[in-house]
Design a protein. Structure first.
Length: 132
């Protein structure tokens, strides 16, 4: 298992750019295994980590780079969260958090009790603070 995570995360007035690391293979937003989450699991929260700033206007990925387009600049002290979920979301497992849709394309599989399963590496729940 090699977790999928983020490295450079520059914040701009109109976008947040996330470079991905880890995993095996390329990256994908999977809405089959995990139901589509708003913004594929990304949200911008106020500095209190409670107030959702509903300013994400789109999420796109090219290679290992995700661009999160913003409809307005994030407020000072904001946090970019991944996988935290929102009120009212349901999850496929009994957890206190929702999940996001970001995973790698690891081609390996395992057979357990006669069932073949993909060994995908999913991005972990995390948050990134906006630089001061």
């Amino acid at each position: 298992y090699v977790r999928v995570g983020t490295q450079l995360v520059p914040w701009r007035a109109t976008a947040i750019v996330v470079d991905l690391i880890g995993g095996n293979g390329t990256y994908a937003f999977d809405t089959t295994a995990i139901a589509a989450a708003p913004n594929n699991g990304f949200d911008v929260w106020a500095s209190d980590s409670v107030t959702l700033q509903n300013i994400i206007s789109g999420v796109s990925m090219v290679g290992n780079r995700i661009t999160i387009s913003l409809s307005a600049p994030a407020s000072a002290g904001s946090r970019l969260g991944y996988g935290w979920g929102r009120a009212g979301m349901t999850t496929p497992v009994n957890l206190p958090y929702a999940l996001g849709n970001l995973r790698d394309t690891d081609p390996r599989t395992a057979t357990i009790n006669g069932q073949t399963i993909a060994l995908r590496n999913w991005c972990l729940i995390h948050e990134v603070n906006m630089p001061a």
